[in-house]
Design a protein around this ligand. Structure first.
Ligand code: 4AZ
Length: 281
């Protein structure tokens, strides 16, 4: 979400998309007109069959956000019963895991396909700072095991962090800055940005240790509201980032900012516990 709108969003984990898009609309109206680009923003349809590790976080009373079927964030299956997501998706409901459910294998949110699992516990990184957006990392423990294959997490030496390497972001979020969320899972390929380029885009916001940016200078391709918490998969096939924030969506020079998974790898692994076969070598 844009940093300014972060505070409003997600009061009970259900109003995130609505609140963030209202705030973004206001911010964008004052700036340049939004580019009219389709999907994630600038992406294409894909499926959970092709990307079994991508999950949708649904508010338990999903009917309230009818345009998104209750979907308010994304996540990544990192063990059979564990989902990695963003702290800003879960911090307001961390003591109420009954408020969220996880849809696995549901390409189209309007269908009943795949599995919906309840959440037993929510861990939010102890160092999560909502103002600096550092340690924007959370792990959900599911009540049951998923059949889907979990995704491995990148360490600091992962090739996926090389500037220019092609990463893939996935989600059901808005398909343009002022646009509509997507019923169908979308993916977009984005080059990983150098620290210098991202520091130039966000002189006050970018913290190299906590963040990694991806996107193109000319804009048009990005993640957006509702994609938060979802995966940025690196060129080596591992999770390198978690969708976190950005100024608007797909604006020129304003890359998407992702939590840098390798920085939090040990903390996340501790949360994966026994179900973490996907992480074992
Ligand atoms: C969000 O609020 C969000 N353009 C995600 C990604 C970006 C902006 C906002 C990056 O979920």
């Amino acid at each position: 979400m844009s940093k300014g709108s972060r505070r409003f969003a997600l009061l009970a984990g259900v109003v995130a998309v609505a609140a963030a898009s209202v705030a973004t609309t206001a911010a964008t109206a004052a700036a340049a007109p939004p580019p009219v680009t389709p999907f994630v923003v600038g992406g294409e349809d894909t499926t959970t069959q092709e990307n079994p590790f991508v999950v949708a976080l649904l508010s338990a009373d999903g009917q309230r956000l009818q345009d998104t079927r209750g979907q308010f964030c994304g996540g990544t299956l990192a063990a059979k019963n564990k989902v990695v997501t963003a702290a800003h998706c879960t911090v307001d409901i961390k003591d109420r895991p009954d408020q969220v459910q996880v849809a696995i294998g549901r390409t189209k949110l309007s269908t009943e396909e795949g599995q919906v699992l309840k959440v037993k516990a929510i861990w939010v990184h102890e160092q999560y700072d909502a103002d600096k957006t550092t340690a924007d990392v959370s792990v959900l423990t599911l009540e049951g095991d998923s059949d889907a294959k979990p995704m491995e997490l990148a360490d600091t030496s992962d090739e996926g962090y090389t500037p220019g390497a092609e990463a893939v972001a996935l989600g059901w979020g808005l398909t343009s800055d002022n646009g509509e969320p997507s019923d169908t899972l979308k993916k977009v390929t984005l080059p990983v940005t150098s620290d210098e380029a991202c520091k130039t885009a966000y002189p006050d916001g970018y913290v190299a240790e906590a963040h990694v940016c991806a996107g193109v200078q000319e804009g048009g391709k990005d993640t957006c509201q509702g994609d938060s918490g979802g995966p940025l998969v690196g060129s080596g096939g591992k999770l390198i980032g978690i969708v976190s924030w950005g100024e608007g969506c797909a604006q020129p020079g304003k890359y998407g900012v992702y939590s840098r998974v390798s920085t939090y790898l040990e903390d996340i692994k501790k949360q994966l516990g026994d179900g973490s076969e996907g992480q074992r070598r």
